[in-house]
Design a protein around this ligand. Structure first.
Ligand code: NI
Length: 252
């Protein structure tokens, strides 16, 4: 079994959504919200398909524009047992760094919700390494589980993060020819720290780079991890599936 722990396979990007999900029928897909407007469709998907779970939250890109209704909607839907986490949430100083305080406030507010409802935190973090680490270390309850999606920082930070019992989401970037940093991290750290993700429709792995991504493609990420760690792909799938089940408390 394979688990895509993070993707956005919504209708606006997929006119073959049903087919994409059915291709994963022996496997599990966790769909994340990138925007508050995604939440309704995620609820529909988790109700329609047994193998689909969701995480909902407000991305830092909406730190200046989200509403109280958005927060209330998240809080209400966290009571659904197939909503297994809050995300993606976090800090992104890449496109906008003049609203750091608003981003931090929104991040902390949603960490508090994760703590309150015992849901897993799915972090998005870009160009905000130290602030992300400090906030999560300060505000996350010890028992709240956490994953850093699409990990893109250095090995040193990866070691600090895993020491907090936070997993690293590994996706298609690992397969890119010029990528060195993530390959080093995968070689160096124990597989118990990794879960697989596609971040579909983005970051399509080799050999399909240039095409739209889909959850089934995590098998290429698993193959790359196997090659780098010199182990069988089956073992990578078995271990990362186990890690994802634990991370999201999946009852399967
Ligand atoms: Ni994403």
């Amino acid at each position: 079994m394979m688990i895509d722990t993070h993707c956005h396979i919504l209708k606006e990007d997929y006119d073959n959504q049903d087919e994409v999900i059915k291709k994963m029928k022996e496997n599990i897909i966790i769909v994340s919200s990138a925007s508050p407007k995604d939440i309704d469709e995620i609820i529909e998907l988790i109700e329609k398909y047994d193998n689909v779970y969701g995480t909902i939250g407000i991305h830092p890109e909406f730190a200046d524009t989200y509403t109280e209704e958005d927060i209330q909607k998240i809080e209400k839907n966290l009571k659904n047992s197939k909503i297994v986490g809050i995300g993606e949430i976090g800090l992104d100083y890449h496109y906008k760094d003049d609203n750091k305080e608003n981003q931090k406030k929104l991040f902390i507010r949603q960490i508090d919700l994760a703590n309150k409802y015992d849901k897993t935190i799915v972090i998005h973090s870009r160009d905000a390494k130290e602030d992300t680490y400090n906030i999560i270390k300060t505000y996350k309850k010890e028992t709240t589980k956490c994953n850093m999606h699409c990990y893109g920082y250095d090995l040193e930070m990866a070691k600090k993060i895993i020491s907090q019992d936070i997993t690293l989401g590994i996706g298609g970037i690992l397969t890119f020819k010029n990528e060195k940093n993530l390959k080093e991290i995968v070689k160096e750290l124990d597989i118990k720290n990794f879960v697989l993700e596609t971040d579909s429709p983005f970051l399509t792995p080799e050999p399909y780079r240039g095409h739209i991504n889909e959850p089934y493609n995590i098998k290429y990420v698993a193959e790359k991890i196997a090659e780098l760690k010199n182990i069988e792909t089956e073992k990578v799938l078995k271990e990362t599936t186990k890690n994802a089940i634990k991370l999201f408390n999946l009852k399967i």
